[in-house]
Design a protein around this ligand. Structure first.
Ligand SMILES: [Zn+2]
Length: 185
């Protein structure tokens, strides 16, 4: 094997990792904006093959009365509007939390090339946790996936959000509250 090619492949892999971390940090900022609006903190950024940000979004189904307004969908819509095409080939979607089934479907429709996500979502996660939708052999498009990028920061943000919400929703002392009613969706 060509040694020079090896070196350049390794260098580009390192660059990719640095870029992944940078874009995920931006997605985490967006997740913080969701939390500030009282929405579950999830943020997403769609980046072109050339490394240009095409669209951003954060979770906002409550504020917009829209069950589809997950961060991924918001970012995909913004990007598709910007480029004037519902197909976004070669792009990478960065999202702070493992996508659900709906968002995995949207990634396939948009022909997104790569998905990079932060924390795993044990209940609704459809990439690796609860389902493996993107590995379905009948799909006509493959999305390369990578999880766990800045995952601890995403988890910390989500945990802080739910702790704060529990405190806010705590009933006056002396009354009882049902357990297990604090989940996301
Ligand atoms: Zn979703």
């Amino acid at each position: 094997m060509n040694r020079q090619a090896d070196a350049s492949t390794a260098a580009s892999a390192e660059l990719t990792t640095a870029a992944d971390t940078r874009w995920m940090a931006r997605a985490l900022q967006l997740a913080g904006q969701a939390a500030a609006c009282g929405e579950v903190p999830v943020g997403a950024v769609l980046v072109s093959a050339d490394g240009e940000c095409l669209g951003e979004g954060y979770n906002r189904p409550i504020g917009t009365h829209d069950p589809t307004a997950h961060a991924e969908i918001v970012a995909l819509r913004a990007a598709a509007t910007r480029v004037g095409n519902y197909r976004l080939p070669g792009s990478t979607l960065y999202v702070t939390l493992e996508p659900c089934m709906m968002c995995c479907g949207a990634l396939v429709h948009a022909r997104v090339a790569r998905l990079v996500y932060g924390a795993s979502e044990p209940k609704a996660g459809a990439v690796a946790s609860n389902f493996r939708v993107l590995e379905e052999p009948k799909l006509n498009h493959r999305v390369v996936t990578e999880g766990g990028i800045l995952g601890e920061r995403s988890t910390a943000l989500l945990q802080a959000f739910f702790v704060a919400r529990r405190v806010r929703n705590r009933p006056p002392s002396g009354t009882q509250q049902a357990e297990g009613s604090t989940d996301v969706e």
